[in-house]
Design a binder for this molecule. Structure first.
Ligand code: UTP
Length: 292
């Protein structure tokens, strides 16, 4: 299963980030100085992905603008001898070939993925959600590609979370087959704790065969009018093996304000050029910690 293409759904409403998402797409919110989207495009590129298909929506043109060449800015930086900044400006566009498809209405994650059907064609691909940011080297997608090659099947990323929170997530029912790898028997979306088949929760990285598109096409929208990816995966499971992979790395939820703050702090502490300042900011708040 050579994975050459990635689909990144970025057409959601971002309601948990209102009001800023009235005019700034959630996917362009930054961790330090790069948008969430850039972290996941880089993770896909590291895994050998050559083409990234971003699903956007009307009004989110700033997402495609971000990946266009910025000639005037580059000329200005070049004239000023700003080599470091020039490299940063060119970075996003150089990671992979990026194209865009439009989801006109936010009809669910499964529907967003379906919009990329023609762009993906008949080959396996990876779906990457930009609000799940995973810090690790090698990246989670690189790790998953290896598992997918070994098992010759689709792979879904999972992480073990405390049982008290699993009711907020998609959960996998799986049988262990090797270190970190489970054969998936079923999937449940947001189960009550007592009905959860495991505490392995689904994270936004899926290596899938192209047959997922036929499955998604045959799904009737749920009560809220949305087509869920989980329903497509359940249909896929009838004829295809799927594995869950407990990736190595820390996952951050970039889809909520406090999750993004946590990610920003963690990245700032890890990055050579920001760690000192990040530590001194934390020290400023030490008094608050002592009081609480
Ligand atoms: P989320 O459910 O986390 O994003 O979907 P959201 O719906 O934008 O956020 P909230 O819940 O309202 O705060 C995960 C990813 O799937 C995309 C989102 O843009 C996000 O990157 N998505 C979701 C779509 O592209 N289309 C959809 O219809 C739904």
């Amino acid at each position: 299963m050579q994975i050459r293409k990635a689909v990144i759904p970025a057409a959601g409403l971002g309601t948990r980030f209102l009001p800023v998402t009235m005019s700034v797409p959630k996917e362009l919110l930054p961790i330090i100085d790069r948008p969430l989207l850039q972290y996941v495009v880089a993770e896909a590129a590291e895994a050998g992905v050559e083409e990234v298909i971003i699903v956007t929506s009307p009004g989110k043109e700033s997402i495609s603008d971000y990946f266009q060449p910025h000639t005037a800015l580059e000329q200005r930086l070049e004239a000023g001898g700003e080599e470091g900044l020039l490299a940063k400006v060119a970075e996003a566009a150089n990671l992979a070939k990026v194209s865009f498809v439009v989801q006109h209405e936010a009809l669910g994650l499964g529907h967003a993925v379906l919009m990329a059907k023609d762009a993906v064609g008949g080959e396996p691909f990876v779906v990457v959600l930009p609000d799940d940011i995973i810090a690790h080297s090698p990246g989670a997608i690189t790790q998953m590609v290896q598992v997918s090659e070994q098992m010759n099947a689709g792979v879904i990323a999972v992480e073990a979370l405390p049982w008290e929170v699993v009711h907020n997530y998609g959960v996998v029912d799986g049988t262990p087959v090797s270190d970190r790898v489970y054969k998936i028997q079923g999937l449940v979306e947001k189960p009550p704790r007592e009905q959860a088949p495991s505490n392995l929760t689904i994270v936004g990285r899926y290596i899938l065969p192209p047959e997922i598109f036929g499955c998604l096409e045959n799904i009737r929208p749920g009560a809220n009018g949305e087509i869920q990816l989980t329903d497509g995966l359940l249909a896929l499971l009838r004829d295809h093996d799927l594995y869950a992979y407990q990736f190595a790395g820390n996952r951050f939820d970039g889809g909520t304000p406090m999750g993004l703050l946590r990610a920003s702090l963690a990245f700032a502490l890890d990055r050579k050029d920001t760690s000192k300042e990040a530590l001194s900011i934390l020290r400023e708040f030490q008094g608050r910690l002592d009081q609480s």
